[in-house]
Ligand binder design. Structure first.
Ligand SMILES: [Zn+2]
Length: 325
């Protein structure tokens, strides 16, 4: 509390602050929250903070999370990522100008507004259509936006195609951000040939599965003639290329033509747990000096490869028999 004089008894500087469990009701639903209360040391009178009832804001956050509604911070971050002002976004959404501002400041969105917003945020194609139909947008803003959204829609198309055909590890989901950062970590520096990259991913996931009972990426691996490869790996790498995280270049070595992947931006170790980071770095280190051919030979010594038919998914049961890691 900012004022120092108790409005009830006039005591000076005698307030203490306590967190209290309480409830607030949002649209007929009750939520448990905590709220900071100032208590006068002399008369014991309790006051809510002058800044307003923060308990109600917390309850609205809980309501939004429960109903999977767009959070105010997410709305603002998304709008800014598009380079739009509040008024411009209002034109795209066909809302009143003040509406965007109110939602960004924490007002609960009307259900139909929230739905339209979710769609616009999650589908570049849908947003593209809205931008095309928006009246009053400056041409330069519209054209710039259309260019960016076409690029984004292209990425979404590849991502959809990848997710449609990829085989996830049993009872797991595909972790695209982790896959992207593992690949970037492996390609850091000199880059890696695609054939080696496939095996590095295999070893990292199988080692992690052996040690912790689940994978890092959510991917399954398929037995190919030259060794294990991630399920649907060509589309996976196309996706990472489209997202401008890695680039592939054709390179000739000995008598082979291979594709070398190099990372375009720095990988982010914050997406990993400590255990994942340790396995990632130890895998990178173990195979650092081995050529694509050598690591391919090593993978052919694994029961995982030997006892799986060509073209079939390799069972994670083989993780217990890994030799090279
Ligand atoms: Zn008092």
């Amino acid at each position: 509390m900012h004022e120092e004089i108790c409005p009830v008894c006039g005591a000076e500087n005698s307030f203490t602050v306590e967190e209290r469990n309480d409830t607030r009701t949002v649209k007929g639903e009750e939520f448990a929250i905590t709220v900071a209360i100032s208590i006068c040391g002399r008369c014991k009178e309790e006051f809510l903070p002058l800044s307003g009832d923060e308990g109600f804001e917390k309850a609205k956050d809980l309501y939004r999370a429960k109903h999977r509604m767009v959070a105010p911070e997410a709305l603002k971050a998304w709008r800014e990522s598009l380079g739009l002002t509040q008024a411009e976004l209002a034109l795209v959404m066909k809302w009143g100008t003040a509406t965007v501002s109110r939602y960004e400041n924490g007002k609960l969105a009307e259900p139909s507004h929230d739905q339209a917003l979710s769609l616009a945020m999650n589908s570049a194609d849908a947003l593209l259509e809205m931008v095309n139909k928006a009246e009053g947008l400056a041409d330069s803003t519209r054209n710039h936006l259309i260019e960016r959204l076409r690029h984004k829609a292209g990425i979404e198309t590849v991502e959809k195609a990848f997710l449609q055909d990829v085989v996830p590890a049993p009872h797991e989901t595909i972790q695209i951000e982790k896959i992207a950062n593992i690949v970037m970590a492996f390609c850091d520096g000199m880059g890696e040939f695609e054939t080696k990259l496939n095996k590095l991913l295999f070893y990292a996931d199988f080692k992690f599965f052996r040690d912790f009972g689940k994978t890092m990426t959510g991917l399954s691996y398929v037995r190919h003639h030259y060794g294990p490869v991630p399920s649907n790996y060509r589309l996976l790498y196309s996706l990472l290329e489209k997202r401008e995280l890695i680039t592939f270049e054709e390179e000739v070595f000995d008598k082979f033509v291979g594709y070398r992947a190099t990372s375009v931006t720095a990988w982010d170790k914050n997406v990993f747990t400590e255990q994942e980071l340790a396995v990632l770095l130890s895998t990178k280190n173990t195979f650092k000096k081995l050529s694509a051919t050598k690591i391919s030979e090593l993978s052919h010594e694994e029961r995982a490869w030997k006892e799986t038919e060509n073209g079939s998914v390799i069972s994670y049961d083989f993780a217990n028999f890994l030799k090279a890691v």
